[in-house]
Write a protein that binds this ligand. Structure first.
Ligand code: NAD
Ligand code: TYD
Length: 351
């Protein structure tokens, strides 16, 4: 069946993998990528699919309600997969308001635009909101996050994502808007912006710069290869039940310091450096404020009800990721120098 789908934040890390998967898997769909191209949005991530006939890019800002309403009325989308967000915890500590504006107000604008444009047709539509396991807070005493775990956000980033989740649920309860929310653990893979742990470490190991490990490196994250998240989004979008929340996770917990040590040894091998060379760059720095100790997801609902499973184990995924960064040093140079932003700022100046 033909569908016209709006994917927001498609120029970012996860969004670009979602776009690629949908472009290839659904030639009969019409896919619209709406992105503001902030520092984290990079159309270079989509070079290989940008000329496909089922794909289109629209530069736009979800915070601008009038333009979102116009877009929804003009395009009459069948579904929305909403990924656009400010996504980095450290930045949220510096500038919390930017997170409230983009993540809460931006999401509310899309919900309101959908509600107006889809009036009388809710049974044929779906608003799918991409959230995060960070809304559940921090697991200080063991256990796992399930869909029933009460939300308990602790950073401005997770507070803003929780706020957006609440608005999504409210539009379902109050107006009957068909919505789904999924909450995923930490992603890793190609095209990850080098401000996040894994790509930052790869970048710094490559350039023999210090590796900043926060606190004692004891914090635990549950890592999932980004293409597995994109596959989960595909399954949930097509088979998920409106009104439901689905957790997505890798069942793959790592203490930060163990992960950084592993990356050091993988990269020493790849770069023909003596074993132990990169580990010498590890530098314990002041801990992040309010640093959540542990995240771990129970994704059994998604696995049993919709049949999704992670497909790439961590050693293989990490090696693929390191290889991608080593083979795409130009990408890394562009995003660290900001050259791509200047280029696209010129290109989309008047659009
Ligand atoms: P990202 O920062 O790499 O990309 C975000 C994208 O949103 C960028 O392309 C940016 O230009 C765009 N954007 C930002 N503000 C916008 C605005 N006002 N209007 C339009 N576009 C805007 O983020 P990511 O890591 O790809 O995360 C995508 C989504 O997945 C986010 O909602 C995030 O909360 C969620 N998530 C991320 C992870 C993870 O590990 N990265 C895990 C779980 C959930
Ligand atoms: P990050 O990639 O920012 O993801 P999140 O905070 O959303 O989980 O950080 C992952 C973990 O790595 C987190 O515990 C913070 C830690 N970290 C460091 O120790 N050093 C760093 O330079 C960064 C960016 C993160």
């Amino acid at each position: 069946m033909n569908k016209k789908i709006l994917i927001t934040g498609g120029a970012g890390f996860i969004g670009s993998h979602v776009i690629r998967l949908f472009v290839k898997q659904y030639p009969e769909y019409s896919l619209v990528n709406l992105d503001k191209l902030t520092y984290a949005g990079n159309l270079e991530n989509l070079h290989d699919v940008e000329n496909e006939s089922n794909y289109r890019f629209v530069k736009g800002d979800i915070v601008d309600y009038e333009s979102m309403k116009d877009l929804f009325l003009k395009e009459n989308f069948d579904g929305v997969i909403h990924l656009a967000a400010e996504s980095h915890v450290d930045r949220s500590l510096e500038n919390p308001a930017a997170f409230a504006i983009t993540n809460v107000v931006g999401t509310l604008n899309l919900l309101q635009a959908a509600k107006i444009a889809w009036r009388g047709q809710f049974d044929k539509k779906l608003f799918y909101h991409i959230s995060t396991d960070e809304v559940y807070g921090s697991l200080e005493h063991g256990g796992y996050f399930t869909e029933e775990t009460p939300v308990d956000p602790r950073s401005p980033y997770s507070a803003s994502k929780t706020g957006s989740d609440h608005f999504v649920k409210a539009f379902h309860s109050s107006f009957g808007l068909p919505v789904i929310i999924s909450r995923c653990s930490n992603n890793y893979g190609p095209n990850h912006f080098p401000e996040k742990l894994i790509p930052l470490m790869i970048h710094n190991i490559l350039n023999q710069k210090p590796l900043p490990v926060y606190g004692k490196g004891e914090n635990v994250r549950d890592w999932l290869y980004v293409e597995d998240h994109a596959r989960a989004i595909d399954v949930i979008f097509h088979k998920g039940k409106a009104g439901e929340v689905y957790n997505i996770g890798g069942n793959n917990e790592w203490k930060n310091i163990d992960l950084v040590m592993l990356l050091c040894s993988v990269m020493d091998q790849k770069l023909n450096r003596a074993p132990g060379t990169s580990a010498k760059l590890i530098n314990y720095v002041t801990d992040r404020q309010g640093h959540d100790l542990r995240y771990a997801i129970d994704s059994s609902k998604l696995q049993t009800q919709l049949g999704w499973r992670p497909s790439i184990d961590f050693p293989a995924g990490l090696e693929k990721t390191v290889d991608w960064y080593l083979n795409n040093r130009e990408w890394l140079e562009h995003v660290t120098s900001g050259a791509y932003r200047d280029y696209y700022a010129g290109m989309y100046h008047n659009r």
